[in-house]
Design a protein around this ligand. Sequence first.
Ligand code: FAD
Ligand code: NAG
Ligand code: NAG
Ligand code: NAG
Length: 514
Amino acid sequence: MLRVTPLLPLLLGLVASAARLPELRPSQEILEASAVRKDATVLILGGGVAGVTAARTLHEQGIDDFIIVEARGELGGRLMSHSFGAPDRKFTVELGANWVQGTQTGNGVENPIWALAKKHNVTTRPSNYLGSISTYDDSGAFDFLETFDASVKDFTRLVATAGLLTGGRVPKRLVDLTARGGYSLTGSRPESRHQMASEYYQFDWEFGTTPEDTSWLACSWAHNYTFDPASGGFSYENLLAIDQRGFKTLIQEEAREILKPNQLRLNSTVSAIERSRHGVKVTLTDGRVLRANYALCTFSLGVLQYNDVQFIPPLPAWKEEAIHSMSMGTYTKIFVQFPEKFWFDTEMALYADYERGRYPVWQSLDHPFLLPGSGILVVTVTGDFSKRIESLPDSYVQSEVMDVLEMMFPDVDVPEPTDFYFQRWHSDPLFRGSYSNWPAAFLSEHQGNLRANVDERLWFAGEATSRRYFGYLHGAYTEGAAIGLTLAECIRGRGCLGLEHIDRVQNARPYDVM
Ligand SMILES: Cc1cc2nc3c(=O)[nH]c(=O)nc-3n(C[C@H](O)[C@H](O)[C@H](O)COP(=O)(O)OP(=O)(O)OC[C@H]3O[C@@H](n4cnc5c(N)ncnc54)[C@H](O)[C@@H]3O)c2cc1C
Ligand SMILES: *[C@@H]1O[C@H](CO)[C@@H](O)[C@H](O)[C@H]1NC(C)=O
Ligand SMILES: *[C@@H]1O[C@H](CO)[C@@H](O)[C@H](O)[C@H]1NC(C)=O
Ligand SMILES: *[C@@H]1O[C@H](CO)[C@@H](O)[C@H](O)[C@H]1NC(C)=O
């Protein structure tokens, strides 16, 4: 995974630094720099899975002179739990990540999040979301499981054929297309609302975006590297966390093992990151300033896209282009609690509306294996529909959800909810979406540039920088570990060139604009 700096740039770098030698005489600039007190060697900006894992990696490498700077009052980031329900009937539910996606097959690669869940005794349950499902439309319960099963096969075919030129005798690599193009090319073209809802369940519900907005190649890789053991993935198993301490326990306990109080600044929102030859200066919204030799920025891709944090000097063009070449999906879980359960006994239900993506996926937490007696239903929406409901008042969204339930259960007198809640991920300036996704056409140079450090001082890690596991908890984990290790080597070597980047990303041939 780690791109080792090739020899040539390394040699060039040595030549370049030799050429700069005269400058290294104690100039005014250097005298000033050495006089400035540093608060730490490394500032880890953001205390989610990537930030905490990077901290643990530095610690394991013998570097403890770091500070984690986090805007919220606790660690975990998108591992975010919420106490939900009527005052006398509260349950801990997960607003963000909820599943360990892929565990382990035999002695194969283990999902590191699964390892952490076991280490910290986080309670999980196997999710059977393809096998335990009921189907509905505007007429109430309506069996379209055959259509649903066909959509499972269509998705498998989509994944299996990405990057292959169909029809030819010898499979060849294709340029990338959208996943919509891939579906169409492989003969899947949903028309009915039952087909659209079924496709939605396989695709949008996983990626948080539509097939139109997704790279065919990248979504196949992401799926394979997480789930398909034949491609190096963990397993097809999904485990739902129902631990009443919150899923975040696994990363908060990791942090507790290694952090001393002076290594953590909570309630500290970064407003600017300034870099120079000598180090970094990080300014917080309350005016406090922290100085260090290096900064590792783990803010979400959305935060970088929305300029919520100012970079001084501005990021170079190659970095800006990489940041905007990827997109953020939104995945919104709407929690509703009722006095009692009146719905399906399966774990999941799929509702087919005439509008694709309108309150389609329903999950029952009031299930014998999950939170029995909780009275909690979760309906998930994604993408543009998420953005739409984020701009509406809660009461409006609640009444739409109630209208859909009345259609799904025409014979039930649907009672008033006892609680209602959803997190607005897209409008939250600390996240700006749920997780990243590659639109077509995916170019590996953009991926490399998103991951690369800027100058020697500013480093990046997070789920979005992961080539294999973007979008997942294990992507944030493996990037925190890998970049943490590279940074440790850099610190021990008293400087380094870091990761390779491409200054100008080009197509194989320039476009001929007529
Ligand atoms: C709704 C939802 C469902 C998901 N479901 C799953 C799932 O089931 N399984 C799975 O594997 N993955 C899932 N994911 C993805 C997973 O949660 C993420 O990939 C992972 O948590 C990202 O970790 P990170 O450390 O890269 O980023 P983050 O968790 O975003 O960490 C970055 C931290 O930076 C902080 N920050 C941001 N801006 C500032 C600032 N200006 N100053 C200071 N601090 C700042 C944030 O508060 C945050 O704590 C889901 C995500 C969401 C939102
Ligand atoms: C962070 O802020 C919250 C809310 O204002 C407060 O309850 C909490 O004690 C603060 N934590 C720290 C470590 O300052
Ligand atoms: C793990 O959790 C379960 C249930 O939450 C509990 O019964 C058990 O005692 C815990 N084990 C340890 C080692 O903490
Ligand atoms: C994903 O895995 C399937 C099944 O193992 C394989 O046929 C396909 O080529 C893989 N896709 C990619 C893009 O590697």
